[in-house]
Design a protein around this ligand. Structure first.
Ligand code: NAD
Length: 435
């Protein structure tokens, strides 16, 4: 992947690096819909409707920093489609957030919800910032002001945010509190991924990785592979990657041979003790330098010898230039959009099974749906109920997508898109074009 630093702006507190990733994630998202449009018999009008977000809000807002100075931030909330239900999608804090990235992510949310059959449309949000260099108080003030700026378009029946990269349950608690003040009542269902104390769901924190683990289990079943003796490599050691590494090892019995974070990765063919790696990261700030393992780059991690590869950090990391060096038999996309279209083709031709993001990481939004249902009813489920329902939904979705891909002799992403885009287009047709 060619990454070109096109703009480097420094301010007292923020180093904002605008990186141009080629191709642009929104172009990728559009091409994925076009790819199935013809097979589904969609006309140009419908493809235009499906590939353009319904609503895009850009906000520029000031935040008082700890030293008393004022800093301007830019944030986005994009609602792609609400034909099947209220919009749903995370909020990301990252220096490289862009409107096109948020557009693509909002579109992927629409297909994701349709793939697993939950009654939501797609949305996404983001703020251009460097969360690692900001204090907790600065993050709280930025979050509350951003929540206020987008308050006109979010709501329990309109658009329900959730955590994404560098946002967490605390961020959601601040948004829930800010929104509740605005509307004059406690409104837990306005966000998901909240702390359990405030109406969060049991199991939400690890649901994305748990859903991914169920998908990997089904994929191995479909390919008649034995998890014992199989290995995994995981890129990204945050919510998705860290939990995926742990669950693939503890629940599926895979040996995890490599993991990484933004500073780089580690490799140990004899297997990493994920709990110790986690403690090492908490102590030193990175997985790198873990005793007994070899330090590797994030690029090298994608190419290590393993059965299952889980890209769980950024988009656009598996490209035409490295797809032929991916050795894993199964690629389970923990991140959104980690594989570019040309790489999809190469992996498929090489007989690899790629479980696409809109299926592999849909466990998070599925548990978010559970949380929303529980919040609206003020009636909460046990962890056993949550995990059982998650297992049911993910297993059924995997097998539906796998069957459609096999029937049409296409890769799993195309199979998932055939199902999801059809469902959304059918919902639009049923509702009709107003007026
Ligand atoms: P997170 O902030 O918890 O973790 C991100 C991880 O990626 C961190 O370990 C960070 O060090 C690492 N990282 C950042 N830049 C990197 C780089 N250049 N190379 C390698 N690693 C890098 O975020 P998360 O919630 O785990 O989200 C990760 C991905 O999963 C994102 O694409 C997100 O959209 C997707 N996702 C998240 C959820 C969820 O429930 N959190 C659900 C679906 C999809």
């Amino acid at each position: 992947m060619a990454i070109k630093v096109t703009d480097l702006r420094r301010s007292v507190r923020q180093v904002r690096v605008v990186v141009m990733v080629s191709p642009n994630p929104y172009d990728v998202a559009v091409s994925q819909v076009r790819n199935v449009g013809e097979a589904l018999g969609l006309n140009e009008g419908m493809i235009g409707l499906l590939t353009r977000p319904k609503r895009e809000l850009t906000v520029h807002f000031p935040v008082r920093m700890d030293d008393g100075s004022l800093e301007m931030f830019t944030g986005y909330r994009v609602q792609h489609n609400n034909a099947r239900g209220p919009c749903k999608g995370g909020i990301r804090y990252h220096p490289q957030v862009s409107l096109d990235e948020v557009r693509a992510l909002s579109m992927w949310m629409t297909w994701k919800c349709a793939t697993v059959g939950i009654p939501f449309g797609g949305a996404k949000g983001g703020v251009i910032c460097s969360p690692k260099t900001m204090s907790r108080n600065e993050l709280e003030r930025m979050t509350r002001r951003f929540a206020t700026e987008i308050e006109t378009i979010i709501g329990p029946y309109e658009d329900i945010p959730a955590p994404d990269m560098y946002t967490d349950s605390q961020t959601m608690a601040w948004i829930m509190d800010t929104y509740s003040h605005k509307v004059g009542r406690v409104s837990p269902a306005v966000v998901t991924g909240k702390p359990i104390l405030l109406g969060g769901s049991e199991g939400r924190e690890e649901a994305t990785s748990r859903g991914l683990t169920y998908c990997v289990r089904e994929a191995m079943r479909a390919r008649k592979m034995d998890p014992a003796g199989s290995t995994a490599a995981v890129q990204g050691f945050g919510n998705v990657g860290g939990n995926a590494a742990r669950l693939l090892r503890d629940e599926l019995g895979l040996k995890v041979v490599a993991v990484s974070d933004s500073s780089g990765g580690i490799h140990d063919p004899s297997g990493l003790d994920i709990h110790k790696v986690d403690a090492h990261k908490k102590e030193t700030g990175s997985v790198k330098g873990f005793p007994g393992a070899t330090d590797i780059s994030n690029q090298e991690l994608l190419e290590v010898d393993c059965t299952v590869l889980v890209p769980a950090a950024l988009e656009g990391v598996i490209t035409a230039s490295n797809a032929d060096r991916v050795r894993a038999e199964i690629v389970a996309e923990g991140a959104n959009g980690p594989t570019l279209p040309e790489a999809d083709r190469i992996l498929f031709e090489r007989g690899k099974m790629l479980i696409p993001d809109i299926l592999a990481n849909a466990g998070g939004v599925t548990a978010s749906y559970f949380e929303w249902v529980q919040d609206l009813q003020y009636y909460f489920w046990s962890i056993t109920e949550v995990n059982q329902r998650l297992n049911d939904i993910m297993t059924a979705a995997f097998n539906r997508v796998h069957a459609r891909s096999a029937e049409k002799k296409v890769d799993m992403r195309t199979g998932a898109y055939l199902l999801a885009v059809h469902e959304v287009a059918a919902a639009i047709e049923l509702r009709g074009i107003y007026p």
